[in-house]
Ligand binder design. Structure first.
Ligand code: ATP
Ligand code: MG
Length: 569
């Protein structure tokens, strides 16, 4: 490809709405253009990257025996009514009507359609297991589309579905997909972690999200410094911490004037913070919820929501606290009326002795409060937010904190859709059984942008070769110099012939401009051919990612050398 013909219009000014570096760079370097809110056109460079990612996905799906299909994007409402999701999906779903007034949606995902397909075609255990996938546009009218391709309203997803006879079969399919996903993201060059996405109901192994690590990621994660445990902070389980045994003391009320925070109380009373318990108050549709955790711990709202079984919680107002017989800043688990307030105590607090907490009376705290003897909560649960340095729930080593962007998710559906929609097969004994399903998604555009987010510097992007739009750019330094320009074209053609995806910057531009654009677009390898190096019988190559420069001998088999270097990038 000649740069004079390449449609990659660069931008000097990046639109203000491009908040993160990958979005800015993809815009600046002419990879993508916004068509309208949350919808983008992939220009030639981006589309080449997308196709490479898609092909990596295809290879890994096919290797696991999944077969590619293509379903319609437009789906009839009836299918979604059968599963119960037509109502549940809400405003994120794009809905439309045909000329007869029949309702449809643009598929945000395809569980319903594929379950209907399999229900009609699969009758016997002999047809299972089965894995089908497609790569296709998905539509979600996101509340806040942002970060370019990371959260858009129309995006390309690979979605795969597995069908098995039983849970053991599902486990096998799930593990196969988990392995395939690990290979896909590794081949794309991503620094990622698979995290447990589900702790409660299906036992921790029901779903994993593949998180590309990124400072700008929406998800907060923790990962173990020693084993391969990683989890979303919202979902990370925590074991209780058991305090050393000690003799129980009598409760004592003590004035703590002007002590607004637990730290202030502990400073005032000269107590270690681990001997204190603090409270966070929420209001919910079930009423006031008071949560108690150790003074140096934080409350995880999601765990509170799950414990009580409410759709959401909000910060409680002072008036609600007063009505429930307590006071902001002075809440404690002792003496609360369980008819007026839901009390959740973190399981670590239940293992503490003689702790200090609010007296439910403004200006006072209690000393030597003890669980069971002094109070009985409505719920004892793990409601703590995991923090960096906390022990890993699997091996006990300290966990580290990171942020991430979800690029893929694997999910055990069990019989959720097959049950609701009647996808059954006949087993060996001729008995009807529901098909056991799994679903597996990868965002192709989001993956591309996650790679760009991890591979860049101040000058531009640095694509790993496996997903780079082209592998090499050849730069003739002075198009007015005939000999070196001719040589540059020779090299360009020889590289192409050798199967290397190559671009030549044939513009009549200053070297500085060419260098800058090559760095911005992020070709893994740059080959410079100018009058000076030609005179010396040399060719200058530079590796984008490391900045390493090498001089190759024009008398040697430099094409082979270039190919060898590319293998390492
Ligand atoms: P999120 O929590 O980020 O909204 P999700 O969990 O709803 O994503 P899934 O239904 O699991 O997404 O979809 C599978 C994959 O599709 C995601 O892992 C992600 O890579 C991609 N994806 C989902 N929503 C979007 C979007 N709005 N824009 C781009 N890619 C998306
Ligand atoms: Mg997901």
């Amino acid at each position: 490809m000649k740069v004079t013909q390449l449609y990659a219009p660069t931008l000097r000014e990046v639109p203000a709405e491009a908040e993160i570096v990958s979005h800015q760079m993809l815009m600046r370097s002419g990879f993508i253009r916004k068509a309208t809110g949350g919808m983008y056109t992939y220009l030639p460079l981006a589309w080449r990257v997308m196709k490479k990612i898609e092909n990596i996905i295809r290879e890994e799906m096919d290797a696991k025996g999944a077969q590619e299909i293509l379903m319609p994007i437009t789906q009839p409402a009836e299918l979604w009514q059968e599963s119960g999701r037509w109502g549940a999906y809400g405003a994120e779903m794009w809905r439309l009507k045909d000329r007869h007034g029949r309702e449809f949606c643009l598929g945000p995902t395809h569980e319903e359609m594929i379950t209907a397909l399999v229900r009609d075609e699969v009758r016997s255990y002999r047809q299972l297991p089965l894995m089908l996938y497609q790569i296709q546009n998905k539509y979600r009218d996101e509340r806040r589309p942002r970060f370019g391709l990371i959260r858009s309203r129309e995006f390309i997803m690979k979605d795969c579905y597995s069908f098995d006879r039983d849970e053991a079969g599902l486990d096998k399919s799930y593990n196969a997909m988990y392995g395939a996903y690990s290979r896909v993201f590794t081949r794309c060059g991503l620094n990622y972690r698979p995290v447990e996405a589900d702790s409660g109901a299906i036992g921790g192994s029901g779903s994993h999200e593949f998180m590309a690590l990124a400072e700008t990621g929406e998800a907060e994660l923790v990962y173990c410094s020693k084993c391969d445990y990683a989890a979303d902070v919202e979902k990370a389980e925590l074991h209780e911490i058991v305090a050393a045994d000690e003799a129980l003391q009598d409760v004592e009320e003590i004035a703590t004037p002007d002590c607004k925070t637990i730290q202030a109380v502990c400073d005032y009373l000269k107590l270690p913070i681990e001997k204190s318990v603090k409270a966070v108050a929420f209001s919910s549709e079930k009423g006031l919820i008071l949560c108690f955790v150790r003074g140096d711990h934080e409350v995880n709202e999601i765990k509170v929501v799950n414990t009580v079984g409410v759709p959401e919680v909000m910060m409680a107002e002072d008036s609600e606290l007063v009505a429930a017989g307590t006071a902001g800043g002075y809440m404690g688990p002792k003496g609360l009326d369980s008819k007026k307030v839901i009390v959740i105590v973190d399981n670590t607090v239940m293992k503490m002795h003689n702790f200090c907490c609010g007296a439910n009376k403004a200006g006072y705290h209690l000393l030597n409060v003890n669980p069971n003897r002094d109070f009985t909560p409505t719920y004892v649960a793990d409601i703590r937010l995991i923090q960096a340095g906390d022990p890993c729930p699997h091996c006990g080593a300290p966990v580290a904190h990171a942020r991430g962007t979800e690029v893929g998710q694997v999910f055990k559906l069990f019989t959720k859709y097959s049950g609701a929609m009647g996808a059954k097969y006949l087993d060996e004994d001729g008995k009807e059984q529901p098909v056991v399903m799994g679903c597996y998604g990868i965002g192709v555009g989001r993956t591309m942008q996650a790679v760009a987010e991890q591979y860049n510097d101040k000058d531009g992007m640095m694509w790993p070769r496996a997903v780079a739009p082209y592998e090499v750019i050849v730069l003739p330094m002075n198009t007015k110099d005939e000999a070196s320009t001719k040589k540059a074209f020779e090299i360009y053609e020889a590289l192409q012939k050798a199967g290397v995806e190559t671009v030549i910057d044939d513009r009549n531009e200053r070297p500085g401009v060419k260098f800058k654009d090559a760095d911005l677009i992020g070709y893994p390898l740059r080959v410079v051919c100018g009058p000076k190096t030609l005179e010396q019988g040399k060719l200058e190559i530079k590796i984008r990612k490391t900045g390493e420069v090498k001089m190759l001998d024009l008398q040697s088999d430099y094409i082979k050398e270039i190919k060898e270097i590319l293998e390492t990038l």
